[in-house]
Every structure is written in C-alpha cells, then in structure tokens.
Design a protein around this ligand. Structure first.
Ligand code: ATP
Ligand code: MG
Length: 557
C-alpha cells in the first residue's frame, strides 16, 4: 500500500513534468485519457482520469479524451456515451478535444506505407498459430517469417490488396521489421495490421477490413495529438521500446514520452473489464450501474460523490509500486465526505410499533430537529411526534446482551429529538414474537435530562401516522474475499451472497417524502443513504452508501 501522506500531491510524474518544464523541453503539457470503449469506466480508470486531467489543470496544459477504438468487435457506442458521461460527472472537461483513434485510420495506413518503403515493415503470411510458434520464448530467440525478406514493391502490392479485401481474416498480417532475436518479445516483429472482415465499426462502419493493432495505433495517435507525457499503467513498460520505435520511424509531428505508473487494485472487487463484463452479461448484477459494481456508474448510484472519488484518488497517490488498496480506504474517503455534507434524517429500517399511552390520540407535536450536528447552516426541520411511533426492532431486546443501551422491558431510552420513554408492556403474537410495545413518555425531558436518573441510550423513531413507506437496499462488498478468484478458483464462487439485502417495509420521516434520485442523507444511527432512480413519488427507494463506521468483519450493528 502506498502511504497516503507522502504521496499527497507530489509524485514522480509531477517531478518529471517539472523537470521538463524547467529545462524548457515544453512550455505547456498535453496529456490524454485513452479508454477503449469496450465497457464502463471503473474506479481504476478514475485514478487515471484524475491523474491525466489533474496534471493538465495544475501545470497549465490540456488533456484529450481519446477513444482507443482499434478492436471493433468488443466496442459499442453505449460505452462511448457512458465514458463521456462518467468523465464529465467526475468533474473533468476535454473541451473540443474528443478524438477517436479511428479518426487516424487513414493516416495510420499512410505511415504503414512509409514503414514498408523504409524496409521497416512487411506482409507476413503466417497464420496466428504459426506466428506464435515463430515468435520464440523468453529463453529462445524467434525465427524469421518467410515473408520477412520480400521486396518493398511486393509488400506494397500485398498491403494494398489486404486493404482492398482480397484476403480472408488471418491469412496475412503486416508486421514491423525489428529484431526476431530481441530479448524483448514485443520487438520480435510485432503485428501492426490484421484483417477483419464483416465487422461494423461504431465509428467507421464497414470502410475498413484492415485494423491497426493497439501497439501501433497508440503511440502514433499520441504523437499526432502532440501529447507530451503519455501516461499509462505498468504492464506497458515492456512495450515502451516499441512505442518509441513507432514514433521514431514515421513522420509524426512530435515525440511523446511514455511514463508508467501502477494500476489501482482494490480489495473485495474486480477491476478487469473482462470480468466486469461477465458479471453484467451473465446477470450476477443488475447492470453496469449496479451499486455493487466498482464502476463509476455503480458508485454514483451507490451514493458516492465525485468529490469523494477524487479525494480517494488523491489519497492513494501515484507510484510504480504494485499495490492492492484496502476497501476501507475508499470507504473512509466517502464517509468523510458524507459526514460533512449529508443532512441527517430518521428512518426505521425494521419497524416495531410503540404506543405511548400518556400521549392523547390525535395529538401531534412538531419537534425541531437539527439537520447537521456540526453545520448549523444546514438548518432545522420539524419532525412530527404522536402517540403511535415506530422504532427499529434492533433497538429493543427482551433479554438484552451485556452493555445493551437501548430499550428493554421496564427500562428507559431517549427518543432522538423528543422525550425519554419507558417500556411498560411487551405484546406478542401467537408465535411469541414481539409485535408491539406500550410505553410512557416523561414529558419533562424535552431537551433536558430527567431528574435524578441516567438514561444511557438514544434511539431514532418515526411517527406512525406520518411515516413514508420506503424500500431500503442494504449493500455490502460484492465479493467476500479480498482477492476474488485467488488460488485459481472461479471468481464467481467468491461473490458475496449477502452483498444485497432488500428491506421492503421500512419507514422514513415525512421530510423524506418526494426525494429526488441522487439526494444523499445520513439516516441517524444507520448509515449514509442515497435515493435511487427507482424511487417514485409515493415510494422512495434508498441505497446504503456506506455504514457510519468500518464494521466489515465485525458483528453488524
Ligand atoms: P482491461 O485491461 O481490463 O481491458 P484497460 O486497463 O485496458 O482494461 P482501458 O480502457 O484501455 O482499459 O483503460 C484506459 C486507461 O485507464 C488506460 O490508460 C489504463 O492504463 C487506465 N487504467 C485502466 N485500469 C486502471 C487501473 N486499475 N488503475 C489505473 N489506471 C487504469
Ligand atoms: Mg487497455
């Protein structure tokens, strides 16, 4: 884990940029965020977004949004749209600098011709299987493809015919002519172009049957956009020589510098788009925006704010060290944000009726309740109090465990924002289950302690006649182990079956009627909640964003 203190703000990438600016290598910096539109963005992408857009804000510069769309069969406009919405929601703006790698397909084709003319690329006839065998291994050098020594004229002819659609998928490829004996396998004549018939590209339609590889497209796209610092994750470190080879050998207007940092891994979830896609398509979650998902859309629906996600990205810092961040670190960033900003409300998740016998039927008293204990600017509201109220079942115990500070038979408890009550009678049904309590309120205790007695506990409540029926969705971690699928098992087997508990008969105080989706509250003593888009005017639906304390692995409430 990275140290959140020393990584704050300054990091090795900032140092490189500051040196480059000081040495006059650049006057302004240019970065880019380059997602492939083959899934929704996740919290790992947020780290990259905050880094790239954040640098452009801090050093004056620009950050482009570029879709790396070289692999059309997995890509879709749904993902193009969701990625733009998520980057915007996170608070970043690419201005008019939205690009697609496919915007450069014609130029990339021209650069491939340039490479062929320089003797630096050739058409290879090996099929995928053979190509792999010829590449060699870490200990054995590769073997030269029979096509490697073709004449420039023959290569130009074949390449043009590949574009014209004369050859089937996989029959031929265009390869860079670098070094089959290189210890770096990425330099053993990597494939630059492959043939793909019959796919409809979301941007270029059926214009092309020839698609450039990522390793060829990415550096040239960066160079065409005059990116100064091309920041990517560590797995591309071994690709950097190829990145440099590409920009060194074609006539691009700039030479960007690739810098690698370690990707974010988070405990109790997965971040690979392949696995996230599987969770969605196989129905293990309700969609990309399921609040259990680590996607930006899922976290947003879960109630996370953009500010809290940015704060988290700041806290984890940027290094080259492999790391797996504890979920508790993300949750504490969210909790800190919501503690400061979320208005307080009372909602009873599992209602138990209490009749306060010394309050006359029909009487309603409006209790003033502060919206935030530390921020008076958030004001107050009125909470109606009457003879029949509901408290949470968990706040009453007939046989209390040791240290239980809530309501017990014959005992007293304070109702938050109202009176101290005493439980006089416990009513049960034929199965022996508690169905109702009878109580007496001490009417001298509004805003002050009862004389001569100590009342330990405070519990929340709602007035029966005024309560708003609502659904509450209690979310927990999607997986029950820190590293799903570790040890070679199927990651699906590690899904936490208790990651979602739906409570359909909860009751909220009337101030929560008609909440708009996205509004966030603290339900006192329960946790932070957000109104879900499934809410209707008559029936709000609330998602648990995060509990009040870190209780993972400890007994719940
Ligand atoms: P996958 O490998 O699961 O398909 P990806 O990382 O290739 O996902 P991209 O759409 O290519 O997904 O990522 C866009 C950018 O976000 C890249 O620059 C990538 O390095 C960065 N990125 C992706 N995942 C993470 C992560 N977990 N932490 C930090 N940056 C990430
Ligand atoms: Mg990628």
């Amino acid at each position: 884990m990275t140290d959140p203190v020393d990584s704050h703000r300054s990091n090795f990438i900032r140092q490189i940029i500051e040196e480059d600016l000081a040495a006059g290598r650049h006057r302004r910096i240019a970065t880019r965020f380059p997602p492939e539109p083959n899934g929704y963005l996740h919290i790992g992408h947020a780290k990259s977004i905050c880094l790239n857009f954040g640098l452009a804000q801090d050093y004056p510069g620009t950050c482009n949004l570029r879709f790396d769309d070289t692999n059309p069969h997995k890509e879709d406009v749904e993902f193009v749209d969701s990625i733009q919405a998520d980057v915007r929601w996170l608070g970043y703006d690419w201005g008019d600098r939205r690009y697609f790698a496919s915007d450069y397909f014609e130029q990339l084709y021209g650069f491939a011709i340039e490479l062929i003319q320089k003797g630096l690329a050739y058409v290879c006839d090996l099929e995928a299987e053979e190509l792999r065998a010829y590449r060699g291994t870490l200990t054995e050098p590769g073997r030269e493809s029979p096509g490697r020594n073709r004449s420039i004229a023959e290569n130009l002819d074949l390449f043009q015919r590949m574009r014209a659609g004369e050859f089937p998928d996989g029959a031929r490829s265009l390869r860079a002519r670098i070094d089959m004996a290189s210890p770096n396998i990425n330099l053993r004549d990597p494939v630059l172009y492959r043939i793909r018939h019959g796919v409809i590209h979301h941007q270029t339609g059926t214009l092309w049957c020839l698609y450039p590889t990522y390793d060829y497209t990415h550096p040239i796209s960066d160079a065409l956009e005059c990116i100064t610092h091309s920041i990517c994750t560590l797995e591309f470190e071994d690709h950097r020589p190829l990145y440099d080879w590409c920009v060194d050998n074609v006539s691009v207007p700039s030479k960007p510098r690739q810098i690698e940092f370690s990707r974010l891994n988070l405990e109790y979830t997965v971040m690979s788009k392949r696995l996230l896609t599987q969770l969605v398509t196989e129905g293990h979650v309700t969609g990309w925006d399921d609040p259990r998902m680590p996607t930006i859309a899922g976290l947003r629906r879960r109630g996370y704010s953009a500010a809290a996600i940015r704060d988290f990205c700041e806290r984890i810092g940027v290094t080259k060290a492999d790391n797996r961040v504890e979920m508790a670190l993300l949750e504490s960033a969210i909790r800190d944000d919501l503690d400061a900003t979320a208005p307080r409300r009372m909602a009873v998740l599992r209602p138990l009726k209490v009749v306060i016998e010394n309050i006359p039927e029909g009487q309603v008293e409006q209790m003033a309740a502060g919206n935030h204990p530390k921020d008076a600017a958030l004001g107050t509201r009125e909470v109606p109090f009457a003879r029949e109220i509901y408290i949470d079942r968990n706040d009453f115990a007939e046989q209390p465990p040791k240290g239980f500070k809530r309501l017990v038979p014959g005992g007293e408890v304070r109702l938050r924002n109202a009176y101290v009550i005493r439980c006089d009678q416990v009513i049960k049904n034929a199965h022996g289950e508690v169905t109702e309590l009878r109580a007496t309120a001490d009417l001298q205790t509004l805003g002050r302690n009862p004389e001569g007695r100590k009342v330990g506990g405070v519990i929340h409540w709602v007035s029966a006649a005024h309560a708003v029926p609502c659904e509450v969705r209690l979310y927990d971690r999607l997986f029950s182990v820190p590293v799903p699928g570790a040890g070679g098992g199927d990651f699906l087997a590690d899904i936490n079956p208790e990651a979602l508990t739906v409570v359909t008969d909860s009751l909220a105080e009337p101030a929560l009627a008609g909440v708009a989706p996205g509004e966030r509250y603290q339900f006192e003593r329960e946790g932070y909640f957000v109104a879900d888009p499934d809410s209707t005017a008559a029936r709000p639906v609330f998602n648990l964003t995060v509990g009040l304390r870190d209780t993972w692995g400890k007994a719940q409430r």
